[in-house]
Design a protein around this ligand. Structure first.
Ligand SMILES: Nc1ncnc2c1ncn2[C@@H]1O[C@H](COP(=O)(O)OP(=O)(O)OP(=O)(O)O)[C@@H](O)[C@H]1O
Ligand SMILES: [Mg+2]
Length: 269
């Protein structure tokens, strides 16, 4: 049994029904340790976003209990909610970027809402935007950015309070494999700095090696809770690339050899 202060999130027999009958989560229990990187995998409609909404108390469970770093989310007083939202940084599935605000303005917003002065908010937002690799885009609007860049803005905004937990809901949703791995690397580096990362995805191919945990949900139930396989899609991707490079080299060598033979043949004749 883990000592209680090593546990960041605990779901105990949680069920969620919408409208009294529509059962979306059915008696799920899991525990996430502080500082870990956990993937939440499942097909569309399986309940991933609902799990995240429960963690930020955007929803209440119909049954069961949820504990977040020793806070019982059911009894947590309303006055503590802003504290909870600073503790948990969320990268929403639909990003929730304001289109009429620039990158830096989007990232400053949560700080301003919580009463941080503009100058300080700007300084902190800028620092984080640079950290996620968007220094050149500070004054661009979301519609002037690529999908991967928008995802980074949402990530920067989730990081402004230096949260202990990051919930990333399909952060690689519409991105190509290369960009997806970059986003994953960013989350990994945040995790290395100490944050607990819980990332939802329905793309199991993305899942990195290194023994991270995967919780698989299907139709609102946990069907598997395991360590990630060691050989990841990234390894396959990179091995594939290496093999391709080697093949190209061989092809070049073959062409060289053929022209040499041809040259030689000419000299003989
Ligand atoms: N507010 C709501 N009222 C009624 N049903 C809902 C509500 N929110 C979600 N659902 C239903 O709950 C189920 C799970 O939804 P959820 O958004 O958690 O799935 P998901 O795993 O995040 O899917 P995706 O991979 O498409 O994002 C779906 O069938 C959805 O229609
Ligand atoms: Mg979802």
């Amino acid at each position: 049994m883990l000592h209680v202060n090593l546990v960041m999130i605990e779901f105990k027999n949680v069920s969620k029904k919408f409208g009294g009958t529509n059962s979306v989560l059915d008696n799920i229990s899991f525990l996430i340790e502080k500082g870990s990187f956990v993937y939440l995998v499942g097909p569309t409609g399986s309940g991933k976003t609902t799990i995240f909404r429960l963690i930020i108390r955007d929803l209440f469970p119909t049954e069961g209990s949820i504990t977040l770093d020793q806070w019982d989310l059911f009894t947590l007083p309303k006055s503590k909610i802003p504290h909870l939202r600073r503790k948990v940084g969320v990268v929403f599935q639909d990003l929730k970027l304001l289109l009429d605000r620039t990158v830096i303005e989007n990232v400053m917003l949560p700080l301003q809402f919580s009463g941080v002065k503009d100058e300080e908010a700007r300084r902190r937002a800028e620092e984080i935007i640079i950290d996620v690799g968007l220094a050149e885009k500070l004054n661009k609007f979301p519609l002037q950015l690529s999908g991967g860049e928008k995802q980074r803005v949402a990530m920067a905004r989730a990081l402004v309070f230096n949260p202990e937990i990051i919930l990333a809901d399909e952060p690689t949703g519409n991105l190509d494999i290369q960009t997806s791995f970059q986003i994953l690397d960013l989350l990994k580096s945040i995790n290395k700095r100490g944050a607990t990362v819980f990332m939802a995805t329905h793309n199991e191919k993305l899942i990195d090696s290194g023994g991270d945990r995967i919780i698989i949900v299907e139709r609102g139930r946990i069907v598997e809770d395991k360590k990630a396989r060691q050989k990841s899609a990234r390894a396959d991707h990179e091995t594939g690339k290496k093999a391709k490079d080697e093949k190209e080299e061989l092809k070049k060598d073959k062409i060289k050899l053929e022209s040499l033979v041809e040259e030689k043949g000419k000299n003989v004749s």
